[in-house]
Design a protein around this ligand. Structure first.
Ligand code: ADP
Ligand code: TYD
Length: 207
């Protein structure tokens, strides 16, 4: 079987890191050599841009300028890490990808969302993930998990109403991506139960 490119998406605190780690463990147990990445980050350029983007209290940027910076980090990750890993037969597990730009920077209008999908076609092109796994959770539940005293980045400080719009935009993104997206309801479920469903969805979508 070929290597696969798997993306975990969802609002802040929905369980992406937790599930990405468990998916990597499952893949390793099956004899694979998964590469675990996160966006923005996982390259020198990406980590630099991450610091700029997530700095608490930074000024508001034009939404398209912000989206372009996320896509710059994405392009670097694609060329430096994702393509070489897949070419070497390694699975790639990535926390966040184009779905995040669609849900965070493209949430306010259909025109912005369409512009981001156009950028995705230009920048990511044929190197699309085999599966976007969207972990769908009520923002109230994620806020209760993460705790109000936890350190907040530039996006987390925007509160429950913003995260609710992110959540709804993810559902539209899933619709846009059709059979290469899956929405997993994760509210009130154990980490192990979700991990099992994630593992099954990945093997069903494996090229
Ligand atoms: P994300 O990467 O999406 O921000 P994390 O994986 O860091 O989310 O999880 C956020 C918090 O929620 C962590 O404290 C984690 O242990 C906890 N968590 C993750 N999955 C679950 C779950 N199914 N039920 C309860 N708590 C969870
Ligand atoms: P991160 O700490 O990686 O995510 P989480 O809080 O879910 O563990 O923070 C990344 C932040 O950047 C997150 O709030 C979402 C935001 N983001 C965008 O707004 N657009 C994007 O394209 C990406 C990749 C992330």
């Amino acid at each position: 079987m070929q290597a696969g490119f798997w993306v975990l998406e969802g609002i802040d605190g929905c369980g992406k890191s937790t599930q990405a780690k468990l998916l990597c463990q499952t893949l390793k147990a099956a004899g694979r050599r998964p590469l675990h990445l996160r966006e923005p980050g996982s390259t020198a350029l990406g980590e630099g841009l991450r610091r700029l983007l997530l700095e608490p209290g930074r000024s508001d940027w034009d939404a398209r300028a912000e989206a372009l910076v996320f896509f710059a980090a994405r392009r670097e990750l694609l060329v430096k890490e994702i393509r070489p890993a897949l070419a070497a037969g390694r699975d790639v597990v990535c926390e966040r990808f184009t779905g995040s730009t669609y849900a965070y920077q493209g949430q306010d209008s259909a025109a912005e969302a369409a512009w981001i999908l156009d950028l995705d076609r230009l920048v990511v092109g044929d190197d699309q993930p085999h599966l976007h796994l969207i972990l769908d959770l009520n923002p109230e539940e994620s806020f209760a998990r993460v705790g109000r005293e936890a350190p907040k980045d530039a996006f987390e400080t925007r509160g429950v109403a913003f995260q609710q719009k992110v959540r709804e935009a993810y559902l539209r993104f899933a619709h846009e991506k059709g059979s290469t997206a899956a929405v997993l309801k994760v509210g009130g479920r154990s980490i192990e139960d979700i991990a099992q469903e994630v593992g099954e969805a990945v093997e069903r979508a494996r090229p």
